[in-house]
Design a protein around this ligand. Structure first.
Ligand code: KG4
Ligand code: ZN
Length: 331
């Protein structure tokens, strides 16, 4: 079965075609970064309007690239939440309309489940049970995956998500939106040990995170510094180390306590090179495997939604034709 995946939860329009027995046929992504840059963050109304403009051209692009006709589409999957309500509604209405016009089933997918399953699209995919670290702009969670669809949240952030901490920290040091990837590139030019920030919550038992205090530490350090280019890179380096250390320590703890043999890392911060290297090292030392999606499937994309939707549809989980979204939605 060929499944269309539609992702419109925030500021990226993602479309993809996934075929159950052949894998990913095509995917296309349009980022609205330029549209929101002058406001320093995502403007929800502008995001919704832009999804409307991009949805169908991107679908056509995927169909052309894969040489697939509309008549061959067997199902439609879309992100039903969590996310910006207007943006989600564009994807949901588009998906339901497409499915209705073709007479095929449609299914709403949880955005974070899409992220969580993205590594399973890669070669030599991990098999459940495993532990997943989900690190995006809106979420930071450690999840025990007993089977696909059976998830237990072990811990999560009490305040800012890891990606959000990257973005806010970048902003307060005057870096352009979207700050996370910019801050992480800058960190590579920073000198080790020039600044030292705390690793939040590592002394407490359990698997919860807290990143908002780190941002405040950076603000103070930045305000008291010469605010020069090298200083900014040095602070970025220390900040990134603190986040990566904290995430690594909690992952090691989760692997120890659950006895899992595989750690799956997904979400935008999963594209961070330092985090990828540190978790690989930790896994090598302790004898567990680490699986990441390729970096372009760490951040938002349609492929993960097509894939998660294909699994759901194969399990007979299509839903009624109501156009429903859940801007807030626990996994
Ligand atoms: O998964 P994602 O694309 O969207 C959400 O579901 O939130 O994640 C976006 C987040 C942003 O906060 C962005 O700054 C962060 O992921 N991010 C990174 C990197 N690439 C994206 N953070 C650190 N290092 C990166 N290389
Ligand atoms: Zn995401």
């Amino acid at each position: 079965m060929i499944v269309v995946g539609i992702e419109t939860s925030c500021d990226e329009t993602g479309l993809a075609l996934y075929q159950t027995d052949r894998g990913l046929l095509a995917h296309a992504l349009y980022s609205q970064v330029d549209l929101h840059a002058e406001y320093g963050g995502v403007v929800p109304e502008l995001a919704s309007r832009d999804h409307v403009r991009k949805l169908w051209p991107l679908l056509q692009h995927c169909l052309d690239e894969a040489g697939v006709s509309r008549a061959q589409i067997g199902g439609v999957a879309y992100t039903a939440g969590p996310g910006l309500v207007g943006a989600l509604l564009v994807g949901a209405a588009g998906a339901r309309g497409l499915a209705w016009s073709l007479g095929v089933p449609a299914v709403g997918v949880h955005h974070m489940e899409g992220h969580l399953l993205a590594p399973l699209m890669e070669d030599d995919p991990p098999a459940a049970p495993f532990v997943a670290l989900l690190v995006s702009g809106g979420h930071t969670q450690l999840v025990e995956v007993e089977a696909i669809g059976r998830y237990q949240v072990l811990g999560e952030t009490l305040d800012d998500a890891a990606g959000e901490a990257f973005d806010k920290t970048a902003k307060l040091m005057g870096l352009p939106y979207p700050g996370g990837p910019v801050l992480s590139r800058l960190a590579e030019q920073g000198r080790n040990g020039m600044f030292k920030f705390a690793r939040p919550m590592i002394d407490r038992p359990g698997f919860d995170f807290s990143f908002s205090g780190l941002k405040t530490q950076v603000l103070l350090a930045w305000q008291q510094s010469d605010q020069g280019e090298q200083t900014r890179a040095d602070i970025a380096c220390a900040f990134q180390q603190a986040v990566v250390d904290t995430l690594t320590i909690k992952c090691e703890r989760a692997m120890r306590e659950t006895g899992a043999r595989c750690l799956v890392v997904a979400g935008g911060v999963g594209a961070n090179r330092d985090l990828r290297a540190r978790l690989q090292q930790a896994g090598l030392a302790a004898g567990w495997r680490v699986c990441f999606p390729r970096p372009e499937f760490c951040t938002d994309n349609g492929a993960m939604i097509a894939f998660a939707g294909a699994l759901r549809l194969a399990a007979g989980q299509a839903e009624s034709s109501a156009i429903q979204v859940q801007p807030r939605w626990d996994m």
